[in-house]
Design a protein around this ligand. Structure first.
Ligand code: AMP
Ligand code: MG
Length: 399
C-alpha cells in the first residue's frame, strides 16, 4: 500500500505539462500564467496626486504662507499646468499628474476657497510631498510584475491590464473525461427503480474541476460491463488529457476498472493508499502517457481523493507553482484508531478569540455525501497517530 505523501509525489511525477495558449485577457481568470510580465512603464507612471485638493510649493508653507493665489485647476488625464510661481497654488484632482513646479498637496477639506483666494487652515500640519504617489515608487519600468506559474486572480488581472497585455500566454484548460461506473447508476432524467441510485459523482467532480482547474469536462455513465467499458474508456481517453473514473476499483465481482485499464495497456502506478476514506484508489498512466485516476465510487471517498490528489496533479500539469497546503486548528479532540491517514470533513468557524477552527463533521460512512453540505473541506490527520488533541495543527483541503 502506498502512503499519502508517496501517492501525491508519484502523481506529480507522472503528470504531463499541458500546452500553452494565447488568450484575450478577459478570458484568463483562473488560468496559470506561462510568460513573464514586465512593467510597461514606471508604476505609477508619473507623480500621481492621491487627494482632491490644492497643490503648493512646500517652501512657501515653510516660510509661513497660509494664503495662496489660485491660478488654475487641473484634473486627471490632462497635461500638467506649468509655471506656478511662489505663493500661487492650483486646484488639483485625484489621479492628476503633479506639475513640476509644485511639490505638496493639501486636501480640499482643509482649505477655504474664495474666488482666487485660498486660505489654508492654520492649525494643520503638513509634510513635503504629501498626497503624492511618486513615480516608480511601486515598480520601475521593465521590472518583473508576474512570473510563469502565477495563478491569475482579480489582482493579477489588474496588473496585466495595467501593463497593457490585451492577450497573454496561459496554460490550456485540461480536457477531462469523467466516467462513472456502476450497474446501479441512473442518470438524472431517467425513471428510477427502488434498487437503483442517481449518479452524482460526476457532477461533484465536474464542479471541482471547473472551480480549481478551469477544466473542460465530458461526463459519461457506464454499466459494469467490461466490453462496453473498454470501448468507451478508450474513446474518451483519446479525446482527453486526463481520465477520471469513479467506482469499480475495489475487490467486488463487478469492479472491472483495473482489469479494463490493464487491457487498454495502462500501467498501474499504485492501487490502494493508506487512508480512510478512499483506500482503493487506482492511479496509472495510459499507453499515450496520459494520467488515469480510478477513484473509489463512494461519494465521500470520490470527492476526498479528487481534492487531495487529482486537483493538485492537474494544477501541477497547468504549471501552477507548488503552494503549501493551508493549515487550520482542530476545534476538538479526535480519536481515530486505524493505522491509516484520516481525512475528516470539517466546517471552519471562528472560535472565541476570533481564530478560525476546524469543527469535525464526520459522515455516516463514506456513502453519506449529504453530511458534506456546507462543509469547508476536510483535514488530513496523519497515519501512525490515534489521538489528536484540540488545537492540533492540520492540513486543510477545501472542496
Ligand atoms: P464502487 O466503488 O463501485 O464499489 O461503489 C461504491 C459505492 O459508491 C456504491 O454504493 C455505489 O453505488 C456508489 N457510487 C458509485 N458510483 C457512484 C456515482 N457515480 N454516484 C453516486 N454514487 C456512486
Ligand atoms: Mg460499482
Amino acid at each position: 500500500m502506498t502512503d499519502v505523501a508517496e501517492a501525491e509525489s508519484l502523481i506529480l511525477e507522472h503528470m504531463q505539462s499541458l500546452s500553452s495558449v494565447v488568450r484575450p485577457l478577459s478570458e484568463t481568470i483562473g488560468c496559470v500564467l506561462q510568460e513573464e510580465v514586465l512593467a510597461e512603464r514606471d508604476l505609477p507612471p508619473f507623480n500621481r496626486v492621491t487627494m482632491d485638493g490644492i497643490a503648493i510649493k512646500f517652501n512657501d508653507w515653510e516660510q509661513g504662507l497660509r494664503r495662496y493665489h489660485l491660478v488654475g485647476s487641473q484634473g486627471a488625464g490632462v497635461q500638467p499646468l506649468t509655471d506656478i510661481k511662489n505663493s500661487e497654488c492650483i486646484k488639483i484632482m485625484t489621479g492628476a499628474m503633479l506639475p513640476d513646479t509644485v511639490d505638496t498637496v493639501i486636501p480640499i477639506e482643509q482649505v477655504t476657497i474664495n474666488q482666487k483666494n485660498v486660505l489654508v487652515e492654520s492649525k494643520i500640519s503638513i509634510s513635503k510631498g504629501q498626497f503624492i504617489h511618486s513615480r516608480g515608487s511601486d515598480r520601475k519600468i521593465g521590472s518583473n510584475l508576474l512570473s510563469p506559474g502565477n495563478l491569475i486572480g482579480p489582482p493579477e488581472m489588474a496588473i496585466l491590464a495595467s501593463a497593457g497585455y490585451s492577450k497573454i500566454k496561459v496554460s490550456e484548460s485540461p480536457l477531462v473525461a469523467c466516467i462513472s461506473t456502476g450497474d446501479e447508476l441512473v442518470n438524472l432524467e431517467e425513471k428510477i427503480l427502488p434498487h437503483q441510485i442517481r449518479s452524482s459523482n460526476e457532477y461533484a467532480i465536474e464542479a471541482s474541476l471547473e472551480r480549481h482547474c478551469r477544466a473542460k469536462v465530458t461526463r459519461e455513465n457506464l454499466k459494469d460491463d467490461p466490453k462496453v467499458m473498454l470501448k468507451k474508456i478508450s474513446d474518451l481517453h483519446d479525446k482527453s488529457d486526463v481520465v477520471i473514473l469513479s467506482g469499480g476499483v475495489s475487490m467486488g465481482d463487478y469492479d472491472f476498472v483495473p482489469e479494463v485499464l490493464n487491457k487498454l495497456g495502462a500501467r498501474p502506478i499504485f492501487h490502494r493508499i493508506e487512508q480512510r476514506p478512499g483506500r482503493p484508489m487506482w492511479f496509472g498512466i495510459s499507453k499515450d502517457h496520459k494520467p488515469i485516476f480510478g477513484l473509489p465510487g463512494n461519494p465521500v471517498s470520490t470527492l476526498v481523493c479528487l481534492t487531495r490528489y487529482v486537483i493538485p496533479g492537474l494544477q501541477h500539469a497547468m504549471g501552477l507553482h507548488h503552494k503549501q497546503p493551508e493549515t487550520t486548528y482542530l476545534a476538538e479532540e479526535v480519536v481515530f484508531k486505524a493505522n491509516l491517514a484520516f481525512f475528516l470533513p470539517v466546517k471552519l468557524k471562528a472560535g472565541r478569540n476570533g481564530i478560525s477552527l476546524a469543527h469535525p463533521c464526520p459522515t455516516n460512512t463514506s456513502g453519506d455525501f449529504v453530511s458534506l453540505a456546507q462543509t469547508t473541506g476536510f483535514i488530513e490527520l496523519p497515519r501512525k497517530q490515534n489521538r489528536f488533541s484540540e488545537g492540533t495543527v492540520t492540513k486543510l483541503f477545501r472542496w
